[in-house]
Design a protein around this ligand. Structure first.
Ligand SMILES: *[C@@H]1O[C@H](CO)[C@@H](O)[C@H](O)[C@H]1NC(C)=O
Ligand SMILES: *[C@@H]1O[C@H](CO)[C@@H](O)[C@H](O)[C@H]1NC(C)=O
Ligand SMILES: *[C@@H]1O[C@H](CO)[C@@H](O)[C@H](O)[C@H]1NC(C)=O
Ligand SMILES: *[C@@H]1O[C@H](CO)[C@@H](O)[C@H](O)[C@H]1NC(C)=O
Ligand SMILES: *[C@@H]1O[C@H](CO)[C@@H](O)[C@H](O)[C@H]1NC(C)=O
Length: 188
């Protein structure tokens, strides 16, 4: 009996995706992040979460889009039930990541072979993976790009991706004179 369990454990160990060297390549942070590349609007195409609760929450919304301004403002627009909710945060990019203080989350940009995508990994303050989102300038991506995202989720032992319906409308751009999006005042 003991021998069987020991072998089963060994087998599980060898199946652990995070130990797979291919996974190290698949979930590598971007080496460099050019804030200019982030400019403009990106729509979420798919997400992968570690808990069914988050998956369900992600599944229910109609659409979500994000935008970056000057590498210092991170805005989100969530559409559900024909209404839009906008959230803005001031961020400070540190290499390929930034801290999302309100939620105790660190967001890291990961490499992706999709040319017009952003892949965002969310970790909690213990640096443990929580969820990951694939954004694109397009509303849906090629099958091979989705396959890569699925493999990346597997590497992080995350749940299978939830793909958003590309036919659902997205929120219009937020009014740019919103007080919260005003650039930081210079403080010397
Ligand atoms: C969506 O909005 C409609 C009309 O405002 C409302 O009747 C319905 O309950 C809402 N559905 C959800 C899921 O909030
Ligand atoms: C963030 O972490 C602090 C300190 O651990 C805690 O007090 C706070 O409630 C956390 N905030 C959220 C949104 O989880
Ligand atoms: C981070 O997430 C892991 C697993 O999801 C959890 O066990 C841990 O308590 C979390 N840490 C914090 C600081 O929230
Ligand atoms: C862009 O960010 C830099 C600091 O990173 C700041 O000095 C500059 O004023 C910002 N420009 C705008 C238009 O917000
Ligand atoms: C962003 O920074 C500006 C200037 O410091 C501030 O007025 C604004 O309230 C901040 N926005 C958020 C969402 O924290």
């Amino acid at each position: 009996m003991f021998a069987v369990c020991a072998i089963a454990l060994l087998c599980l160990g060898s199946l652990s995706h995070s130990a797979d060297p291919a996974c190290e390549d698949l979930v590598r942070p971007l080496d460099q992040l050019d804030p200019a590349h982030l400019e403009g609007t990106w729509t979420v195409v798919a997400g992968s979460m570690t808990t069914p609760e988050y998956s369900e929450k992600f599944r229910t919304g109609d659409s979500a889009s994000i935008s970056f301004v000057n590498g210092t403002t991170f805005s989100r627009a969530f559409r559900s039930n024909d209404s839009c909710q906008y959230l803005n945060s001031n961020i400070t990019l540190k290499g390929s990541s930034f801290d999302f203080h309100q939620y105790n989350i660190t967001v890291t940009f990961l490499q992706t072979s999709c040319p017009d995508c952003l892949l965002l990994r969310f970790d909690n303050m213990s640096k443990e993976f929580q969820r990951m989102y694939l954004f694109s300038r397009r509303r849906e991506v090629e099958q091979k790009e989705m396959d890569e995202f699925t493999a990346q989720a597997q590497c992080l032992n995350s749940l299978p991706p939830v793909v958003k319906d590309p036919t659902k409308p997205i929120c219009p751009e937020q009014m740019s004179n919103d007080a919260e999006t005003q650039p930081d005042e210079k403080t010397e």
